[in-house]
Ligand binder design. Structure first.
Ligand code: GLC
Length: 566
């Protein structure tokens, strides 16, 4: 497919360099928007992004070496999943020291260098704050378990069992088995929502709160622009540790199902997050939440209403639309758009099967990858891209239990295969191991790396990569895409989702065919004030580009994006 009316890659670079640091220079724009509202965020799983020392695992120097790639793509901030010292039971989500870098990934000096290089390119650094639990090897926990009277005893949640070999209550760990582990030395159980190697911190203890808030201050001083907050929902548990209600059936780990009622989403969490926000505001930092919500009402609570809480709670409802359904996406977008907060969209991440697999039909996957980019990069709000999405990277799930690295995949096999599939090395070129490493990487790359890689897609004007680049360049230069309100069009169309991003006398029209058949859509834009507007194609996969905006024939999975001006 061809792009129409688009800048060539060379011209595109020129356009970008004319607008190099809009975000960096202006803290707040004419609409009162802050840098993170116009930024494009990009999630990096450091183990899998770029391996500078050919150890088979990525590292911080690897990330630094790819700053130009990120800048050229149109990334303004990278969120790096945990790179702190860790026994790596949960690949970094078990932190044993919050104020250092794991040797796998480098040193604090490498970190400072990355921040410096990022600054030169206007790429900000966001770290992952594992707020709910530490590693069982963290010095706080080692002291806590050393005796019932240890200084840090009350930094974690310790209780007597109900009887011999009976944990304090029926709570399941979300990663399988009881959420309690007996420590024979002191005869008490400690609580862990995730793996036993990830004991939950006791957020009711003010000393924990202070220590954790200070961790964020320490990194802000080092130049980070904010945090993605891990597993915030599970920070608090009810004080009397009541049993959760049991539900029929068993889960994928073989445990009785239960309603997670008394150990997640407690109101106290919102108080703690509000205080964490006050700390973030001291450094003008942004807080992004891993916020699993069941409806928009719950999502709204994370924004904080009258008091400030998270600037960017992630909308996971959007990631749970697992089929190409115009009505379903329309419904989700409308809900988030009206939530009163700034929307945050993502298609996948290191815990979620890649969008390429979730939406692909096996035949038109590349077209569908562009379609999904056309959707989530033209909405009002901030997108968070997952590394490799811009290439059409796909899941590479293990086929044998003995190959699984993610412990939940071994525990829950075969119902739960774990998250290795979506965490494979970035595909840089078509040489061995996708150019990630000269030695066998920690996870194998899928066969698609031969065609879906940076080097090959860079050269192909029709590649998914170049489609992303064009879209992101538009986001950075088009006022209506940056500021415009979301106006749904043709709301009863079952196949094509269309909308305007309307701003003053301009608007961008987006039409996306979510079906595998051609559809002609008619637009009557008079009610929106654009009845006689002039239209210019900005980006399309249609050949030829439609001649008239009033009637657009969209090929299967076709994308059409046009500017309207009065
Ligand atoms: C979050 C992370 C996930 C991790 C879990 C426990 O959900 O995204 O990868 O396993 O928290 O820290």
């Amino acid at each position: 497919m061809k792009f129409r009316n688009l800048a060539t890659p060379a011209l595109f670079t020129v356009i970008l360099s004319l607008f190099p640091s809009v975000q960096a220079q202006k803290k707040i724009d004419a609409e009162g928007h802050q840098w993170w509202q116009h930024a494009v965020f990009y999630e990096i799983y450091p183990r899998s992004f770029a391996d500078s020392d050919n150890s088979g695992m990525g590292d911080l120097n690897g990330i630094t070496s790819k700053m130009d790639y990120l800048k050229q793509l149109g990334v303004d901030a990278i969120w790096i999943t945990p790179c702190f010292p860790s026994p790596q039971v949960d690949f970094g989500y078990d932190v044993s020291d919050y104020e250092d870098i794991d040797p796998t990934y480098g040193t604090l000096k490498d970190f400072d260098h990355m921040v410096e290089e990022g600054k030169k390119k206007d790429v900000r650094i966001i770290l992952d704050f594992v707020i709910n639990h530490t590693s069982d090897q963290h010095k706080w926990f080692l002291d806590s378990k050393s005796s019932k009277t240890a200084g840090h005893r009350d930094w974690y949640i310790w209780r007597d069992g109900k009887g011999a070999n009976q944990p304090p209550n029926n709570w399941n760990s979300t990663f399988g088995g009881s959420a309690w582990k007996l420590d024979p030395a002191t005869g008490q159980y400690y609580y862990h929502y995730f793996y036993a190697e990830q004991p939950d911190l006791n957020w009711r203890n003010p000393a924990v709160e202070k220590a954790m808030f200070d961790v964020t201050r320490w990194w802000y001083k080092r130049g980070v622009s904010g945090f993605r907050l891990d597993a915030v929902d599970t920070m608090f548990e009810v004080e009397d540790l009541r049993d959760n209600p049991t539900l029929p059936g068993i889960n994928k780990f073989g445990d009785p199902n239960q309603e997670v009622k008394y150990n997640a989403k407690l109101p106290e969490m919102h108080d703690a997050l509000t205080k964490l926000r006050t700390v973030a505001d001291e450094s003008d930092a942004v807080l992004i939440g891993e916020t699993w919500t069941k409806n928009i009402e719950e999502l709204k609570e994370y924004y904080g209403g009258h008091r400030k809480e998270l600037q960017m709670p992630m909308d996971f409802l959007f990631t749970q639309v697992n089929q190409l359904s115009a009505p379903e996406f329309r419904r989700q977008i409308a809900g988030v758009d009206k939530s009163g907060g700034w929307p945050v969209y993502l298609l996948s991440n290191h815990d979620i099967v890649r969008a390429y697999n979730r939406y692909g039909d096996g035949q038109h996957n590349d077209d569908i990858a562009k379609l999904m980019a056309g959707l989530f990069l033209t909405l009002r709000g901030t997108p968070i891209l997952y590394y490799g999405e811009e290439l059409g990277m796909e899941n590479n799930d293990p086929t044998r239990r003995e190959d699984v690295k993610d412990p939940i995949g071994r525990l829950g096999w075969p119902k739960e295969k774990g998250r290795d599939g979506e965490r494979t090395p970035m595909q840089w070129n078509d040489s061995a191991n996708a150019g990630f490493s000269t030695v066998a990487p920690w996870l194998p790359v899928p066969a698609s790396y031969k065609t879906h890689n940076v080097a090959a897609e860079d050269k192909d004007p029709d590649s998914i990569l170049n489609f992303y680049r064009h879209l992101l360049a538009l986001r950075h230069t088009d006022a209506a895409l940056a500021e415009g309100e979301y106006v749904a069009l043709n709301e009863n169309d079952p196949n094509v989702i269309s909308y305007l991003r309307r701003y003053k006398n301009e608007a961008v029209l987006v039409a996306l065919n979510m079906s595998n058949t051609e559809h002609t859509v008619k637009f009557d834009l008079a009610p929106q004030g654009f009845g006689k507007a002039k239209s210019t194609t900005l980006l399309t996969t249609l050949k030829p580009a439609p001649a008239r905006i009033e009637e657009v024939s969209l090929a299967p999975f076709g994308v059409y994006i046009a500017r309207l001006s009065k």
